[in-house]
Write a protein of this length. Sequence first.
Length: 348
Amino acid sequence: MRAVREAERRIWETETTKTYTALAGDPAFADALIPLVLGPAVPRDQVAAVATPGGTGAVRQGLELIRMLNPGATVWVPDPTWPNHVSILRHLAIPHRAYRYFDEATRGVDRDGMLADLSAVAAGDVVLLHGCCHNPTGADPDQATWEAVSALLRGRGALPFVDLAYLGFGAGLEADAQATRRLAAEGDCLIAVSCSKNFGIYRERTGLLMAVARDAATARLAQGNLAHLNRQNYSFPPDHGARIVATILSDADLRRDWETELADVRRGMEALREALAAELRRLTNSDRFDFLRHHRGMFSRIGATPQQVERMRADHGIYMVGDGRINIAGLNARTVPLLAQAMVEAGL
Ligand code: PLP
């Protein structure tokens, strides 16, 4: 992104040392990113935070924190979820269960199934939620569902763990943060933030794990635990990407430019969604693919069976993962009609 390039230039010109930062990373990074995510929802001194290698590192450190402090807790994940959630849980031998999330018929959120399954969580259990732009389905809960989930988890004494990997890709920076802010305003929670996509700095490995506590003293304890976990796993987290993010967010011009470019990226994905849904409407004379314009973020699960995925590959040379997840951002004006045609011919 333009702002990243400019921030790197400034860093290159002004950086005088490559000494270690702190176990939690450069405090300027957390101080810049926390308000972007939480806004005024929580006082700063109630938030513990450590920089991590990407959002994956934040998820991993969050799960390690849970295992260290509450080894009996079950971690609940949506079905489906980003496969790495389950694989890290298995790797850490943390007990985990799935809750219903996606309605294959409507290709939206299975609100009733989700609430029914989550009503079985025990006090101290952890519930992993995608803050926005659910990966792999693209289906996000509406506001009423978020409110119901939040009330249910608080009522049962469960800990929400929000994975926020696509802030700004859904409906905008503020809108995409709303669900996370509500959960954080209502009590303890963990939040894993990735800067890989919204800053386009994938390989720099830039993430932040936040622990929101009910008071400043508990946040200080959490800060010590998180720094300890960083120390055990890699000592100091990567700094270059964190420095880029802090530079951009703390400079008015760079920040404005980044926000503009991020909004352009988001609108580009929205336009592709609209175009694909419109083409499918035209070809099928039905609105059954309108879910594509309601989905948010890079991904959509289009509801293809493994056989249909195979047909699209064999007959049209169109490749997608077996569960029918596509990356909307991988399309363009030329390929949208080709995909729509192939979907129809494959019998979707
Ligand atoms: N969480 C979710 C839901 C993701 O989709 C991803 C990336 O694909 C991540 C976390 C981690 O991203 P990274 O480690 O590249 O920052």
